[in-house]
Design a protein around this ligand. Structure first.
Ligand code: ADP
Ligand code: MG
Length: 315
């Protein structure tokens, strides 16, 4: 869907914000770009919708160079969600959401239906919120509107630059959960920037870790956890500190009939992280026991989620 081919961005002062960057983002995947502050994440994101021009290489969307697209069509077909208060402060919620559909020339009736649909989708009652101004919403609700607005004209691609990082931990977790649910239905190609590893592990189908404008490693959460390319990855993922810690995995367990668990490897509900990591690579599904009794199964995604939560505690 989106390919970076030897892409570099050099600013006039000589800084390479992004250097020889190669990445292929698949259609319908949620890819997380992660790295320390200044590693080039925002620059990479903004090159996709041509908010920042690239210096070398190509970016292609659906095999067509972005420079060959009409700039307006390109921007309208890419939703963009920023960290904070990117909503227009003097416009109501419905007006904020309607911006791109209006530019695209949709009819009023169609726009109205879409606003209702989107507000439901992001969990806000249209009757209550349509006519409000952004400052009459909480931070978390404003970010939900930001997501709704980005989705408004049904773009194929959504770019999200640290969209939840200004929120309190509870709201952040709720929005992350809702994004996972939403993505199951909408299956957009999403590029999600964060500097928070627990968020990356939780959301990313694949994660691309950057440092000094370059890709250090791209892979699934399990690959980064289990086969870190170098010490920087190990440290950034934070797995070293976590290895020996024991976690309770019961909240990730799904009930199952004894017959379904016959052939599965059994683990205790209280288990060291390094043991989970070992098992992750070998098994899709494990049976979980408490005091000698099987209580259900846990899958790879369930374990990744628990690991993600643990990372939060460590960092
Ligand atoms: P991140 O989003 O990962 O924090 P950025 O993409 O914002 O990183 O920045 C990458 C690098 O590019 C940083 O070193 C930053 O200082 C530099 N940079 C960003 N914008 C400019 C600019 N307009 N001129 C010069 N250097 C810049
Ligand atoms: Mg940034």
């Amino acid at each position: 869907m989106i390919s970076f081919e030897n892409v570099s961005k050099r600013y006039d002062d000589g800084t390479f914000a992004v250097k020889n960057f190669n990445l292929h983002i698949k259609e319908g995947e949620l890819l997380v770009l992660i790295g320390p502050s200044g590693s080039g994440k925002t620059t990479t994101l903004k090159m996709i919708n041509r908010l920042i021009p690239l210096t070398e290489g190509y970016i292609k969307i659906k095999d067509k160079k972005i420079s060959d697209y009409d700039i307006h069509e390109l921007r309208w077909d890419i939703g963009y969600v920023l960290q904070q208060i990117a909503l227009f402060p003097h416009m109501t919620i419905e007006e904020n959401i309607a911006v791109v559909p209006e530019m695209k020339g949709w009819g009023q009736k169609e726009i109205n239906q879409r606003i209702d649909e989107l507000l439901h989708m992001v969990g806000l009652e249209p009757e209550t919120y349509r006519k409000r101004l952004p400052h009459e919403l909480s931070g978390g609700q404003q970010q939900r509107i930001g997501v709704a607005r980005a989705l408004a004209a049904n773009p194929q691609i959504i770019l999200m630059d640290e969209p939840f990082s200004a929120l309190d931990p509870l709201s952040r977790e709720k929005l992350q959960d809702d994004l996972i649910e939403l993505q199951k239905n909408i299956k957009k190609t999403i590029v999600f920037v964060t500097h928070d590893m627990s968020e990356a592990l939780k959301l990313g189908e694949r994660i691309c870790l950057m440092k000094n404008g370059e890709v250090v490693q791209t892979g699934t959460p399990e690959e980064l956890l289990q086969q870190p390319a170098n010490d920087f990855v190990r440290e950034f993922v934070g797995i070293d500190q976590a290895q020996a810690k024991t976690v309770d995995i019961r909240e990730g367990v799904k009930p199952a009939n004894p017959g379904e668990m016959d052939h599965l490897t059994v683990i205790s509900s209280s288990v060291p992280i390094n043991e989970i990591l070992g098992l992750l690579s070998e098994q899709e599904l494990l049976a979980v026991e408490v005091k000698g009794e099987l209580i259900g199964t846990i899958d790879r995604q369930g374990m990744i989620r628990i690991l993600s939560r643990q990372m939060e505690g460590i960092k």
